[in-house]
Design a protein around this ligand. Structure first.
Ligand SMILES: Cc1ncc(COP(=O)(O)O)c(C=O)c1O
Length: 356
């Protein structure tokens, strides 16, 4: 028996697909789920056989450690349908590796490659009818793992559950995004879990983000926790700043998530001959660039929205509106990336993986 036999996925297919009764072209983001889900339990010191079964509720003890100690991490990725019906993943190995890096930081056992990658492909293949048609529409994929062992004692769990859910999503238009630069609250600290996709990182942002919303801002630009001078990332996006014709993005660190969209945009921008600097940018430099007119664009980059242009930012009770830019780098890079994801342009970087 080779290692992939150990993990070959058991499939229990639904007899009643919900697809004919679901409008997958028009869902509210993250609220519609496909017919099936993948589950795989960790117990007795090893991962058990992964199972694909009809999507539905799971039963879990109220004493499961995830509720008490927050051992939970997740990923976010997408499957894309091209105009000929082909279904593609984008750099899934990157998500797999980041998933296990996040797990390691939270003392969660790493998921074997066969369970994650083969399970994902089997699940997407089975539910390929749920990948919406149309440029910009996609199937959002949510792999996650949590501590399922019962017991209110603060120590890593012995049992875990790994799952993958699929949600059809439509092209994500973020609208006119205004961001507030953080001065008090912090998303992450050195030595903390900022570089992991730990569930708690997101829950901890909701309160400060609500305060920003009360001031008319949709998102926060997180700064470093010591000086609040270095511009780091947004809630679910890495950030790019265009000063004159140079794109600047913060180096990833133990406080910043190593975004796959960010690293893809850096490669595309360099390939287009644009000047890209991976370096720290301070709030003062941003304010100077805004006042002398050299700040041309700010945009976020992440799987959900792809690229999200920022129209203005707030800092110390003052609002700064960005001037309109002709020939936006944000829109150029967005189109180039989407054309690779939707199998329109040549995949010169080798990023696409055909599911079926
Ligand atoms: C905190 C944070 N930063 C950045 C990103 C962007 O990462 P990616 O491009 O891999 O989606 C995400 C989304 O996953 C995120 O949650």
């Amino acid at each position: 028996m080779n290692s992939s036999d150990i993990f070959s996925v058991e499939i229990n297919q639904t007899t009643q697909s919900r697809l004919p009764d679901t409008d997958i072209q028009n869902p509210v983001f993250g609220t519609v789920f496909s017919d099936h889900m993948l589950t795989c339990d960790y117990m007795d010191g090893k991962w058990q056989t992964p199972k694909i079964e009809p999507y539905g509720e799971i039963s879990i003890s109220p004493a499961a450690k995830v509720f008490h100690y927050g051992q939970a991490i997740f990923e976010g990725m997408k499957a894309y349908r091209d105009k000929d019906g082909g279904v593609w993943l984008f750099r899934p190995e990157e998500n797999f590796e980041r998933f296990n890096k996040s797990s390691a930081r939270l003392a969660i056992p790493e998921v074997p490659r066969e369970v994650f990658m083969d399970g994902l492909r089997e699940l997407v293949k089975l539910d390929k009818g749920w990948v919406p048609e149309g440029y910009g529409n996609s199937l959002y994929i949510r792999p996650f793992v949590f501590a399922s062992q019962t017991g209110v004692s603060a120590a890593p769990a012995m049992n875990y559950k790994f799952m993958i859910l699929l949600c059809p999503v439509k092209s994500y238009y973020t609208g006119d995004v205004k961001v507030l630069i953080a001065e008090h609250y912090s998303r992450a600290a050195n030595g903390g879990v900022g570089a992991a996709k730990a569930a708690g990182n997101y829950g901890a942002q909701f309160y400060p983000t609500n305060l920003a919303k009360e001031k008319g801002y949709q998102q926060i630009i997180w700064t470093d926790d010591c000086s609040h001078q270095y511009l780091e990332e947004a809630g679910t996006m890495n950030l790019f700043f265009r000063i004159n014709n140079t794109l600047i993005t913060a180096p990833v660190s133990e406080r910043i998530l190593d975004g796959i969209t960010r690293k893809s945009l850096i490669d595309i921008a360099k390939d287009l001959g644009l000047s890209v600097e991976i370096r720290k940018l301070t709030v003062n430099e941003l304010l100077e660039a805004q006042s002398d007119g050299s700040l041309k664009e700010i945009f976020g980059a992440g799987t959900a929205a792809v690229v999200s242009p920022v129209s203005g930012f707030g800092y110390r009770d003052k609002h700064y509106e960005l001037a309109e830019t002709e020939s936006s780098y944000a829109l150029l890079l967005k189109e180039k990336l989407m054309n690779i994801q939707w199998n329109i342009d040549e995949d010169k970087f080798g990023w696409r993986l055909k599911v079926e």
